[in-house]
Every structure is written in structure tokens, then in C-alpha cells.
Design a binder for this molecule. Structure first.
Ligand SMILES: Cc1ncc(C[n+]2csc(CCOP(=O)(O)OP(=O)(O)O)c2C)c(N)n1
Length: 630
């Protein structure tokens, strides 16, 4: 049977569908989501839960004239399918394909790009204000989840929405889950309405009365007040009305008719910002995802090879567990990513010493600083891309006061399919410029455990950045030891060229040296281990003897490891040397597998060998595109 979905080329195609057809469409959308997302990888459960919500939004609002701003953007797949991107949907998260988030480049139906959480209300308020200032009259809708709404930026924006009183609709998609169950008192308060049976029972009874009354009439308003009073019973302190909103809810987020009524009322109400509280089930309609919404929040692609060696994240968490057993002052903090960084295994044994603070990176860092002032050793486990949020907290609250906080920076470098918003390609640059901070990166998972041990002993702020995915498969030492701070190591000796590599690029540099040897070029390969402080003695010593030097890093070249090395050479008066820096040029790295992208930027063994051969004027079949010559 022909699919209804195949006839939807734009939201206007939804408008003439019957209730029965909408039900069928919802089923087809779920089938499409499951087929493509289980193949390509991506955010499955969040999208399954937003099917009816998205259909109803596009039937009531007139996108792209009306602006629908999705928070994070990870739940926008149905929106993509309904807004003219159905034919490209099979390319989701592939190199050159559709993004897994919203993107202004991709469609006029994406008025704001996202990937990082809690930006929707600010962006939507900006659009609403721009509309008012230009005398326009379109609608602006922010769709935000119960995880994202706990992020500081969202709270800052809500504060201003109430203050400005702009005409803006916030659709609160409450499924009780962030990636894991949403944490915090605010989340608990918002969630109360999901579970309080007194409210549901009373709401059902009052709903019949209210829906029979004309919207906005005096009787309607009285009934609404009675309903709000009921809400007050179960939500005693959080009053959206007091924050300046008209509150509507709670709405069954899987009932298109009920959603449409609510959205239409919100759309036609022009007096105040409206907060529409929608209750959804994460993973709805696909039993495995409903049953385990945490796993199905983000699934790997089918092509992902079965894990044979532990990931860096797993080795990190196992090491934290060991260290926590030895040291009662050690605590660990995660901003909403206990699955991604495996801290769950530590929490299982030390529930009092692991803190999931919600999607609150800034708070995570300053909270750690506070703990450190009182003699605790906090390990902030955070993805590189999300630590960007807490740049000032790293500077102002930790490093300026020289507090011994350990930053365990996961997903440093190229992360792959999540694309531009998630690549961890800036951390070396934005961390090395901060005084008092030690910045390191292990060459493999074994070195990661020793660096973590070193950081816990350091008594100063220290960052360790490591990549996404499996380690190199090396055996883990049973005893941990301190690595002298600022000391690199020579892995291979050769007289023709020095390759200085940092972090996960070390193994590629080492393999490149084997390829170079086959071409008669002998390379010294150095595992730098520290970007700050650099091993000045080792580097200047080698640079004085060998007149060709290459740096390699999975980070932007601007302000990165290579840049620190060239600064050092310059300060040391070493100028009679040919230097090349391999890294990410001045651009945002698109989505694609890590292998594709490493090859693109010449960061794999082949690319590194090609760059070195070019220094010797040995002709290459193709010159790689990355890196700049110095
Ligand atoms: C700043 C930031 N921190 C962490 C993340 C990782 N992340 C992506 S989605 C998500 C959970 C969002 O929960 P919610 O808003 O409730 O949406 P749901 O998936 O439950 O629909 C998190 C923590 C992120 N995208 N941005």
C-alpha cells in the first residue's frame, strides 16, 4: 500500500488529512524513524516521543512563516520528514547528508540551528522581539524538553520572557527524561503533574466542562482558575502564571486532536506568553525504546563494529572507581552524561560521591570549585564540546584560584556523526591560554589511567582530554603511577624528521613513521603528553639537532599544540628549522565517520606520512588538504 508519508512534501500537505489518516501517518513516521535511525544511528527515543507533537505543530502553525525552534534539535527528525526533507532522510548523520540536529543551512523550516541544549527560549524570544520591532505578526514557538529546561540558559531566558511579556509560545515536552531520568528539584516539580492521580482525575472531570465553554469567555476563565487551583495542589510553588505566562496543560502529547486544540488556543491568544505543558512518553510506539529510553536516546549506527577493546570513557570510569576506593575525598561530577562517560559504575558503589547536576555545565564547574575549596578532589567528567559552555567558570572559579579540579574531557577531537555542533576540536586552544592550568592528552587508554592518577595527586587544576570510542587495545597496567608533569617521551628515534604528536594522534604518527621508513626517511616520534607545560627541554633539544619538525593534533591549528610548539621554538631562538603543523584548519568540522574525517584532514597515518614526504619534496599522488605551513 502506498504510504501517506510519501505524499507529504511540505507541512501544508498535512492540513487536509482526516483523523484516521493522521493516525496512519504517525505509524508510518515511527516506522521510518526506526528503519533509518537503527541503521544510521541517532536519537531514536526522543523522536518517537515527538511524533504527534510535531504533526500537531505543523497543522496549527504555518512554518516557515511561523518559527518553530527546537531545543537541542535532536528530536527534530519528524519535523525534517514533514518539511520537505523526506527524500534525503536516509542520509541522516552521514557524511554530506542531513544533520542530526536543526540547521539553518538545511531548510527554511529550521529558523535556528542547535545541537547544544537550552538555547531555544533565548533564540525564540529574540525572534519574537525582532518581529514586534519590525511590526510583523508571525508566531514563534520554542519546543523544549524537561531536561533542556533545567539548563541555566533556558532559565535565564524564561526570566526575561515573563519580564518582556512578548507574544511567544513555549511548548514544554515533558517526558520525565533527559538522557537519564531528569534530575533536580525543578524537574521534580515539573514532573509532579505527570504522576499525581488526584490532578488527572480532577482534570478529566473539569476538562469536559471547560472544552464545552467558548475560549476566553468569563465562564471559561473561572473554570480555568478552578483548574489552576487543582494544579496548585500538586505544584504548590511553581506557578507559571506568576512567572508571567498563561499556562496550558497538561496536554496528552500523543493525542493530535488535544494537541491541536491547545496549540490553536495558544496561537490565538495574544495577551501574554503561553506555556503549553505537553506530556509525552519517550520512545512511544516502539516497545524496545519505550522499555529502555536511556539506551535508545542515542543509538549507534548498524555499521559500528562490535567493541573488542574498552573505550576511553570506560577506562576513565574504571580508574575513577579505583581512585575513589582509595581516597574518600574524591568526588565526580557529570552534567547529564552519566551513561556517556560511564560514571554510573562509580555511582553504583559511591552514590554519595557522584553528582549528576543536569544539563548545567557552568554549574558543574563552579560546584566542583566549591568542593575543592573544602579539601575535596572533584573530577568534572565533561565532553569537550560542552565544556565550551563553562569557559569562564574554568578561568574565574577554578584556575584563577588555583583550585585542584580535574577536568576529564571526553570526546576531545573529531567525534564523527554528531557533526559541527559536537566536534571537540577547540579544547586545546581554549584551555592552553588559561594560566595555572595543566593541559594533557594521553596517547592511549593505559596512559589515561596514569594521567588521571597524576591529576588527582597534582593539587592544581589539570585537564586531560581523550577521544571518543575505543582505546588502542593496549593492556592496562595494574599499578598506577604519576607521570612527571610537562614531560613527553620519545617513542622512536630517527635522524631525518621529528614528529611531535599529542593524544590520539600519537599512534597515527607512530604508524606514519613506519611508512616513512619504507621510503628511506627515519623519523623520531614524540608523545608530547602535555600541551601545557610543554616539554621544552625535549623539544628544543630535538629541534636543535633535526631540522625538520612536524606537529600533529586533533584540534584547530589556531592556538593549538602546533602553535604552542612554534611559539616555544621562536622564544628559544630556533629559526633554522622547517616546521609543519597538521591539525584542523580554520573551519567547523562537518559530520562523517571519524575515519573519513581523519583522512580528510590528513590526521591518519597516511596523511601524516604524505605531509612529511612533501617536506622532502618526494612527489605524492595527492597532497592532503589540511594544515598550514609555518
Ligand atoms: C549543553 C549540552 N549538554 C549536554 C547535551 C547532551 N544532550 C543531548 S539531548 C540531552 C537530553 C535532553 O533532554 P530533554 O530536553 O528532556 O529531551 P528528550 O530527549 O528527553 O526529549 C542531553 C543531555 C547537549 N546536547 N548540550
Amino acid at each position: 500500500m502506498a504510504r501517506l508519508l510519501d505524499k507529504i512534501d511540505s507541512p501544508s500537505d498535512l492540513k487536509g488529512l482526516t483523523r484516521g489518516q493522521l493516525k496512519q501517518l504517525a505509524t508510518e513516521l515511527r516506522q521510518e524513524l526506526v528503519t533509518i535511525v537503527t541503521t544510521n544511528g541517532g536519537h531514536l527515543a526522543s523522536n518517537l516521543g515527538a511524533v504527534e507533537l510535531t504533526i500537531a505543530l505543523h497543522r496549527v502553525f504555518d512554518s516557515p512563516r511561523d518559527k518553530i525552534v527546537w531545543d537541542v534539535g535532536h528530536q527534530s527528525y519528524v519535523h525534517k520528514l514533514l518539511t520537505g526533507r523526506r527524500r534525503q532522510f536516509a542520509s541522516l548523520r552521514q557524511y554530506g547528508g542531513l544533520s542530526g540536529f536543526t540547521s539553518r543551512d538545511e531548510s527554511p523550516h529550521d529558523p535556528f540551528g542547535a545541537g547544544h541544549s537550552s538555547t531555544s527560549v533565548s533564540a525564540a524570544l529574540g525572534m519574537a522581539k525582532a518581529r514586534d520591532l519590525s511590526g510583523d505578526d508571525y508566531h514563534v514557538v520554542a519546543v523544549i524538553g524537561d531536561g533542556a529546561i533545567t539548563g541555566g540558559e533556558a532559565l535565564e531566558a524564561l526570566n526575561q520572557v515573563g519580564h518582556l511579556g512578548s507574544r511567544l509560545i513555549i511548548v514544554f515536552n515533558n517526558n520525565g527524561m533527559s538522557i537519564s531520568p531528569t534530575v533536580g528539584t525543578l524537574a521534580k516539580l515539573l514532573n509532579k503533574v505527570r504522576f499525581d492521580h488526584r490532578y488527572y482525575q480532577a482534570k478529566e472531570e473539569s476538562k469536559q466542562v471547560i472544552t464545552s465553554l467558548p475560549w476566553g469567555s468569563e465562564l471559561w476563565q473561572v473554570s480555568q482558575r478552578v483548574k489552576s487551583g487543582l494544579k496548585g495542589l500538586v505544584m504548590p510553588t511553581l506557578r507559571w502564571e506568576e512567572l508571567g505566562f498563561t499556562y496550558m496543560g497538561s496536554i496528552d502529547g500523543h493525542n493530535v486532536s488535544e494537541l491541536e486544540i491547545a496549540f490553536t488556543q495558544a496561537r490565538d491568544y495574544h495577551l501574554k506568553p503561553v506555556f503549553v505543558h505537553v506530556i509525552t512518553t519517550k520512545g512511544k510506539g516502539y516497545y524496545p525504546a519505550e522499555d529502555d529510553a536511556v539506551y535508545f536516546h542515542g543509538v549507534p549506527p548498524k555499521s559500528a563494529t562490535a567493541k573488542v577493546v574498552p573505550t576511553y570513557s570506560e577506562v576513565f570510569a574504571q580508574t575513577v572507581l579505583r581512585l575513589a576506593r582509595e581516597n574518600p575525598k574524591l568526588v565526580a561530577i557529570t552534567p547529564a552524561m552519566p551513561e556517556g562517560n560511564y560514571l554510573g559504575i562509580v555511582e553504583a558503589e559511591f552514590p554519595q560521591r557522584v553528582f549528576d547536576v543536569g544539563i548545567c555545565e557552568q554549574h558543574a564547574v563552579t560546584f566542583a570549585a566549591g568542593l575543592a575549596t573544602q579539601g575535596f578532589i572533584p573530577i568534572v567528567a565533561i565532553y569537550s564540546t560542552f565544556l565550551q559552555r563553562a569557559f569562564d567558570q574554568v578561568i574565574h572559579d577554578v584556575c584563577l584560584q588555583e583550585l585542584p579540579v580535574v577536568f576529564a574531557i571526553d570526546r576531545g577531537g573529531i567525534v564523527g556523526d554528531d557533526g559541527k555542533t559536537h566536534q571537540g576540536t577547540f579544547d586545546i586552544s581554549y584551555l592552553t591560554l588559561i594560566p595555572n592550568l595543566i593541559v594533557s592528552a594521553p596517547k592511549d587508554e593505559n596512559e589515561l589511567q596514569h594521567l588521571l592518577y597524576t591529576a588527582v595527586k597534582a593539587g592544581r587544576p589539570m585537564a586531560i582530554r581523550y577521544p571518543r570510542n575505543s582505546g588502542v587495545g593496549i593492556e592496562l597496567d595494574t599499578d598506577l603511577h604519576e607521570i612527571p608533569i610537562g614531560k613527553g617521551e620519545i617513542l622512536r628515534q630517527g635522524d631525518d624528521v621529528v614528529i611531535l604528536a599529542i593524544g590520539n594522534t600519537v599512534i597515527h604518527a607512530f604508524n606514519a613513521a613506519q611508512e616513512l621508513a619504507a621510503n628511506g626517511i627515519e623519523a623520531t616520534v614524540v608523545n608530547a603528553r602535555f600541551v601545557k607545560p610543554l616539554d621544552a627541554e625535549l623539544i628544543t633539544g630535538l629541534a636543535s639537532q633535526i631540522k625538520r619538525l612536524v606537529t600533529v593534533e586533533e584540534n584547530v591549528l589556531s592556538g593549538g599544540f602546533g602553535s604552542s610548539v612554534t611559539d616555544l621554538l621562536q622564544k628559544s631562538g630556533i629559526s633554522d628549522i622547517q616546521v609543519r603543523s597538521i591539525g584542523i584548519p580554520d573551519e567547523f568540522v562537518e559530520q562523517g565517520t571519524q575515519a573519513i574525517l581523519r583522512s580528510k584532514y590528513g590526521l591518519d597515518a597516511k596523511g601524516i606520512a604524505q605531509r612529511v614526504l612533501a617536506m622532502f619534496s618526494i612527489p605524492q599522488p595527492q597532497e592532503c588538504s589540511s594544515g598550514k605551513s609555518k
